[in-house]
Ligand binder design. Sequence first.
Ligand code: NAD
Ligand code: UD1
Length: 343
Amino acid sequence: MKLNPSKDFLLVTGGCGYIGSHTTVVLQKAGFQVLILDNLKNSKPKVLSRIQEITGQRPEFVEGDIRDAKGLEALFQKYRVSACLHFAGLKAVGESVEQPLNYYENNVQGSLQLFKAMKEAGVKRLVFSSSATVYGQPKSLPLSESASRQAENPYGQTKLMIEHILEDLCRSDLDWSVMSLRYFNPVGAHPSGMIGEDPLGIPNNLMPYISQVAVGRRKKLQVFGNDYPTSDGTGIRDYIHVMDLAEGHLAALRAAFESTGFQALNLGTGKAASVLELVQAFEQASGVKIDYEIVQRRPGDIAECWADPRLAREKLNWSCQRGLIEMCADSWNWQQKNPQGYD
Ligand code: NAD
Ligand code: UD1
């Protein structure tokens, strides 16, 4: 099957969310027609007009749920879909510990319904949003795709279970082509500042917390521990610009049409940054001082985690182009232009 820009639709589940919206922009700019399926549980419909302002084209939108088998059947009957990029899912680790059944139902059951509907419709090209969380506590660094997988909370379990389902599916039917993209820490925003990350309530993740401190929505950052065995004692991660990540999806989509089978790929920069280094980079990019205090470690946190990005470079001919300062500058631009997010 050929990948035909402009003719068929690409189904983007969760396309109103943070990463899905940026990927939609990249796909549309590359000439593809995008059909978004989203239940708006963690996003706002306003993102659709923002995407239109950036690309000149409003994505087709169906408000619906990946758990709704009938809805999916109707969708595949109405639209000619050539491939799916599957972002829809719940993603808050702490919430997943409190509400495991919701997470398994939404993420795993929802993905099963989606894959069954795809199979029924003969759509066998998929790019899946996995996560570096499937590696759990790293045994050695950098993390390569062959590292052992060990999820440490219900959210991580859902990603791991979905990867196993997809591996079995690809073994059962050799026509399937699945790219499971294991994201490291996505941050930043589209350079226009029209779309970006808009967490509901108090942000769980570092970059949105820092930018909300910078814009005056939060008093000060709590740095979760400075007694890790790292250079400055704070946690180390591999932050990746969301536009690099979005471009990685376009490359993975193209690759899914050139090969079959299950392929897991790390999407990260391979560069490590500590919490305090990110704070410094943000201060440099924004010119705003970020107040912080050192507090207890966050339960469940790992000391350090970064990617070996070589396999993605080899398989996708893609690598990250944007550094820490650009990530911070674009997060700040989005936050300044939208101090209350999309509201
Ligand atoms: P997000 O919450 O901004 O986007 C997810 C979208 O999916 C939201 O618009 C939400 O309304 C929608 N959704 C959720 N459940 C749905 C359902 N049952 N039916 C239809 N729509 C549904 O999250 P994001 O940061 O854009 O993440 C996208 C994907 O990438 C998720 O699967 C997430 O687990 C994964 N991921 C994210 C990160 C990260 O740091 N943001 C890291 C690794 C992996
Ligand atoms: C978290 C999730 C992980 C998920 C990832 C994706 C947990 C335990 N892990 O990872 O499963 O895949 O998000 O976005 O929630 N930090 C602070 N203060 C804050 C927030 C964070 O010091 O207010 C520190 C953390 O301790 C960590 C670093 O900043 O060292 C990054 O944290 P975060 O952005 O939450 O990402 P992860 O912990 O990597």
